[in-house]
Design a protein. Structure first.
Length: 437
């Protein structure tokens, strides 16, 4: 179908004329790519019938989803379709296209390659951690030796009171900073409202955007944004384990503003509604799009709440709302900052677990020792790794890539950083396109 459309759009002319037309006429290029993009959406929905966690969001035509559910296509049939769509993209003269058109073509190509790889995984392929992260997320996170984390742990040990094993000392310290269950909703709503206010001061938000907030249990994650289209999200917070005070800002910004909710709303407004690109009406979780989504959501926390401003907001607003001692805010922030630098320890646990070098118990011990997770939280994280495998790189390595991309273009100017960040959220970028070379 794509070939027939392209010939019609180009009037049956030769390849030189076609290349010139596609380079100068966005409508002709859209006529070339939109049928492939629609087929991509239908393919993702069909893969989702084999894995209920695969389609993270969809707000396209309901009949496409109905057709996927009733189609009953096998994994080999879906893999053959992915190959066919990738072949249909090859004749497009990418070098002659304008930047946005090139980005769209690269995005479709790389997303389709990830779809094909994930179909293989569903069919029994077992790539290594690095092979999988490259195939699905267009990136490979750096590996850090145990010595790297030991150095960070030594610095943290100097801050924490008491004696004995460091994980136990950190857990005792953090007991004083748990949000009481009765105050949880108030604290989270105030944190999200502040994150929205700060975001809206720099990013024009779509008219009518909004979210619902729910508290759930029995999940492998701490928070989740379910984007539902038309600028609406459902944000869920997992209350299985005690929630510490810093998570109000972290989850409020990550799941809400300027994180997942804003990212999805801007993509819908700019690319789906604004340009008529159907490929962004579906979000396959195990794809390069997730590194951009998770990385921007994590970088968005500190973009919206620079450390000095976060300290003041938590001390003056959130600590009192939670019934915590505001005089200890600065002490808690110093510890939190060091603990956050241990985030890459989770990658090492996942790398070893996915590659079969350690089992679930050993992965939990690693997280307890080097990421300082209390035992039950470590087991929860291993359940996440077992379900999502190399997805873990999207949080920390994704943040690193987004931060490098934004700050290399904006320098230290806060307003410019917001502008570059907003442009990234509303454009068809790939992780490999963020790397500083």
């Amino acid at each position: 179908m794509a070939a027939a459309i392209s010939m019609a759009a180009c009037g049956g002319r030769d390849d030189g004329f076609r290349a010139q037309l596609l380079a100068t006429d966005p409508g002709a290029l859209d006529a070339e790519l939109n049928p492939i993009a629609e087929a991509y959406v239908r393919l993702v929905l069909a893969v989702g019938t084999h894995d209920s966690s695969y389609v993270d969001a969809y707000y396209g035509p309901a009949e496409w989803q109905d057709a996927a559910r009733s189609g009953g296509r096998t994994l080999p049939e879906l893999q053959a379709e992915a190959d066919s769509l990738l072949a249909a993209l090859q004749p497009v003269p990418v070098d002659s296209l304008a930047q946005l058109a090139r980005l769209r073509h690269w995005y479709l190509t790389r997303q389709l390659q990830a779809v094909r790889s994930y179909i293989g995984i569903l069919g029994g392929d077992r790539p290594s951690f690095e092979e999988e992260s490259r195939a699905l997320y267009d990136a490979v996170a750096p590996s850090h030796p145990e010595a790297h984390f030991r150095t960070l742990l030594d610095s943290l040990a100097e801050l924490l009171p008491g004696t004995g094993p460091l994980p136990a000392r950190l857990e005792r310290f953090r007991q004083d900073f748990i949000i009481p269950r009765a105050r949880l909703d108030t604290v989270f709503r105030v944190a999200i409202a502040e994150a929205r206010r700060r975001t809206a001061a720099h990013v024009p938000l779509p008219a009518g955007e909004d979210f619902r907030l729910e508290y759930v249990g029995a999940k492998p994650w701490s928070g989740y944004n379910w984007y539902q289209g038309a600028g609406k999200s459902l944000i869920q917070i997992n209350t299985d384990l005690p929630i510490h005070i810093e998570r109000a800002v972290d989850l409020g910004a990550h799941e809400g503003y300027p994180g997942h909710h804003v990212y999805n709303a801007l993509l819908e407004q700019t690319l789906v509604r604004g340009r008529g690109w159907p490929e962004y009406s579906v979000y396959p979780l195990f794809s390069p799009q997730s590194l951009i989504a998770e990385g921007s959501a994590n970088y968005g926390i500190e973009l919206a709440f620079p450390e000095a401003e976060r300290l003041a907001f938590e001390r003056d607003v959130l600590f009192p709302l939670a019934g915590l001692d505001p005089d200890r805010t600065e002490e808690y922030q110093r510890v939190r900052q060091l603990v956050e630098r241990l985030a890459h320890a989770g990658n090492e646990a996942a790398r070893q677990y996915v590659d079969g070098a350690i089992d679930a118990d050993a992965a939990a011990r690693w997280l307890h020792t080097y990421a300082l997770y209390e035992p039950e939280r470590a087991r929860q994280r291993v359940r996440f790794i077992a379900a999502y495998r190399s997805y873990v790189i999207n949080y920390n390595h994704g943040k690193d890539l987004v931060q490098q991309y934004v700050e290399a273009r904006a320098g230290a100017d806060p307003d410019r950083r917001w502008a570059v960040f907003a442009e990234l959220l509303a454009s068809p970028r790939l992780p490999s396109g963020l790397e500083i070379r």
